[in-house]
Design a protein around this ligand. Sequence first.
Ligand code: AMP
Length: 114
Amino acid sequence: MSEKTLFSKIVDREIPADIVYEDDLCLAFRDISPQSPVHILVIPKKPIPSIAAIADEDANLLGHLWLIIRNIAAAEELDNGYRVTVNCGHEGGQTVDHLHFHLMGGRQLKWPPG
Ligand code: AMP
């Protein structure tokens, strides 16, 4: 069995995190190195390594994650807008091999990102 991901350790409370939401399928917690006033990571509890590893059977799970992201953005009062980013692979800037959505807001975000 492959080693548990950093984010699975957060799910299992082996590593502390500032958790803002949890249900049976997903967890959301504040990024340890926030790049905006609100910077929350939303992850499936299922340790899918990246977008590239999403299976057809994960379609409902991915839909659920988007609804939770919407709800968290509303709860964080990001009424002026926000960005959801998923980095994939080395050139995409992914550093943790457990699928995660960056929910960022609370300031004017620039485009394009670096
Ligand atoms: P990425 O570069 O897209 O893979 O994003 C990984 C994110 O995880 C980065 O924004 C990190 O700051 C964040 N991160 C790493 N370790 C932790 C941790 N222990 N708790 C919360 N966020 C973390």
